[in-house]
Design a binder for this molecule. Structure first.
Ligand code: HEC
Ligand code: HEC
Ligand code: HEC
Ligand code: HEC
Ligand code: HEC
Ligand code: HEC
Ligand code: HEC
Length: 347
């Protein structure tokens, strides 16, 4: 079972009920439940696109010099020439979860690769607060090793997004890609697609469901996402089955993850955009699985009818069937009631 996510998608459609029972059973029998390494689990392994790389943590000792303060809720500090230790609270924003840090894309970095080495002294110099922080493109731009990510294209798309047009100073790549924890998901072959959805949506909800973060930037009330998406039936399930960007970002053929967030008026509202055989999800949510899967899995396992979102026949048809059934039952009920009451009123 190389790719549980793909397996699930393809099987779900054809034989939903069978699959719901059989998949857990199969994994149970095989003794390999498709549980992925939770973000932060120190497995010592990194699997992107199939290859498994054994991690060699070369900077842990050096980082420990920073993390002895930055991984704790409390700082213990003894000023030079004193034997009186001070204990005080660390700002919550400055506390780093080491497990998540060492599971992230940049796990092999020293703190001082990105931050000034002047931070090695404490109390930190006040001016360090204004140090220049490298951007993604400073490191990844024009680098053939990262060509498949198309960083330049992402930058271009990001600059055309609503966030940039309104708040180019406040929102940057780092606003969505946590500087210490960002970990690749959509491209993770071994990961259940639901986990990617949860990871990606948490990024957006980090502001759109977090009043503090939102209002620090927008200086206006944060509209409640649950209310603004009330029109979407079974919203909770949709938010677990698709990413925000499926409806809010313009599909881009080059990119695996679209970065051009459009104004709300241009968001997808039509059900058939997903619930149809040429579902837009094929070019977004399922893109990686389809592209990689083609070489991975036999062709007969992927085809038009296999995608969850395109199960028009089962999902939306079921709904309309229920509606038809309800109408028929309603009419029948009405008739029988009329017959009964007619009989009763007859003298
Ligand atoms: C003795 C404890 C201690 C050590 C060691 C320490 N820090 Fe800090 N650091 C703090 C505290 C406390 C703060 C909160 C702001 C302040 O007091 O300057 C902080 C703040 C920071 C900030 C945020 C500055 C800002 O205001 O935006 C950065 C970045 C930082 N530290 C990086 C580092 C790095 C990198 C190292 C290791 C080279 C390190 N620190 C070592 C205690 C420490
Ligand atoms: C890949 C680059 C990178 C590495 C590696 C890195 N940082 Fe940072 N760090 C940043 C960036 C960028 C910011 C500013 C975040 C922002 O603007 O949202 C930051 C912010 C911080 C802050 C301030 C947090 C805040 O929200 O004000 C602290 C403290 C910090 N880093 C400590 C560390 C420590 C300790 C390490 C090593 C364990 C480390 N960083 C490793 C890029 C990095
Ligand atoms: C200071 C330079 C630097 C900065 C800034 C930086 N990166 Fe990286 N990044 C690297 C290096 C080096 C690696 C390779 C790490 C490794 O695997 O050892 C990497 C790895 C990655 C990977 C994983 C690639 C893979 O094949 O798994 C992604 C994705 C990534 N970076 C995205 C970003 C994004 C997005 C930003 C900005 C938010 C960013 N990086 C900022 C240097 C940087
Ligand atoms: C509004 C939020 C947001 C902003 C701003 C943002 N990104 Fe992303 N980015 C995402 C999300 C969500 C993903 C999907 C993460 C995943 O599943 O791996 C992603 C994925 C990526 C990836 C991995 C794509 C792949 O092919 O696997 C790269 C590289 C990246 N972003 C770079 C950038 C750069 C560079 C910037 C700034 C120019 C940026 N991002 C700004 C939300 C954002
Ligand atoms: C760093 C905080 C932050 C993050 C993360 C973030 N947003 Fe936003 N977003 C904002 C702010 C602030 C606005 C502007 C609100 C305003 O003033 O109208 C905005 C605006 C929007 C709008 C436009 C609303 C309109 O009025 O047209 C959409 C759509 C949107 N965001 C979707 C997303 C999606 C999807 C993601 C995740 C990929 C995301 N946002 C991540 C802060 C954020
Ligand atoms: C099925 C498509 C779909 C999904 C999924 C979706 N949205 Fe939306 N969203 C829309 C549409 C359509 C609108 C415009 C609604 C309107 O104007 O009545 C909207 C409106 C918004 C707005 C603007 C609200 C306002 O009135 O200012 C924000 C912000 C937003 N969405 C964020 C998100 C976030 C965050 C997620 C993921 C948790 C998400 N959306 C998921 C379709 C979607
Ligand atoms: C962005 C793509 C997208 C859009 C737009 C969309 N859906 Fe869905 N919908 C999905 C996916 C994916 C599922 C999950 C299917 C599953 O879990 O098997 C789903 C599930 C459903 C379900 C089944 C719910 C359940 O709990 O099993 C119904 C009913 C449904 N959608 C109706 C609609 C209607 C009506 C609209 C338009 C107002 C709509 N959808 C818009 C992608 C979408």
């Amino acid at each position: 079972m190389k790719n549980p996510a793909l397996f699930k998608i393809s099987i779900l459609d054809d034989n939903l009920h069978f699959a719901r029972v059989m998949i857990p059973l199969l994994f149970l029998l095989a003794g390999t439940a498709p549980i992925n390494a939770q973000e932060g689990e120190p497995t010592g392994q990194r699997t992107t696109e199939g290859e498994t790389v054994e991690k060699k943590f070369t900077n842990k000792e050096e980082n420990a010099l920073c993390l002895k303060c930055h991984a704790n809720k409390y700082v213990r500090f003894t000023p030079e020439g004193s034997d009186q230790p001070y204990i005080f609270k660390m700002y919550s924003d400055c506390i780093i979860d080491t497990t998540k840090y060492y599971a992230s894309n940049h796990w092999n970095f020293k703190c001082v690769d990105c931050h000034s080495s002047d931070y090695e002294t404490y109390p930190h110099l006040a001016g360090l607060r204004f140090e220049y922080m490298a951007t993604c493109l400073d490191c990844h731009g024009d680098d053939p090793e990262y060509a498949k990510f198309h960083f330049e294209k992402i930058q271009e798309q990001y600059e055309a997004s609503v966030h940039f047009s309104k708040y180019s100073n406040e929102i940057s790549c780092w606003s969505c890609h946590n500087s210490h924890y960002y970990k690749i998901n959509a491209r993770n072959r071994d990961q259940d697609i639901k986990m990617t959805i949860a990871y990606d949506n948490a990024i957006c909800l980090g502001c759109h469901a977090n009043t503090d973060n939102f209002e620090m930037i927008a200086e206006r009330l944060n509209p409640d996402v649950t209310t603004t998406h009330e029109w979407l039936p079974n919203q909770a399930n949709h938010f677990k089955s698709v990413r925000c960007i499926e409806c809010h970002a313009e599909i881009n053929d080059t990119l695996l993850v679209a970065h051009k967030i459009l104004p709300k008026e241009q968001a997808v509202k039509k059900c058939v955009e997903c619930h149809s055989s040429d579902s837009r999800l094929k070019a977004s949510l399922y893109k990686y699985q389809l592209e990689e899967g083609a070489s991975l899995v036999k062709d007969d396992m992927i085809g038009d009818a296999v995608l969850i979102g395109s199960r028009r026949s089962t999902t939306v048809n079921l709904l309309s069937n229920i509606l038809i059934l309800a109408t028929v039952l309603g009419i029948l009920g009405h008739w029988s009631l009329r017959i009964i009451t007619r009989k009763k009123t007859k003298p």
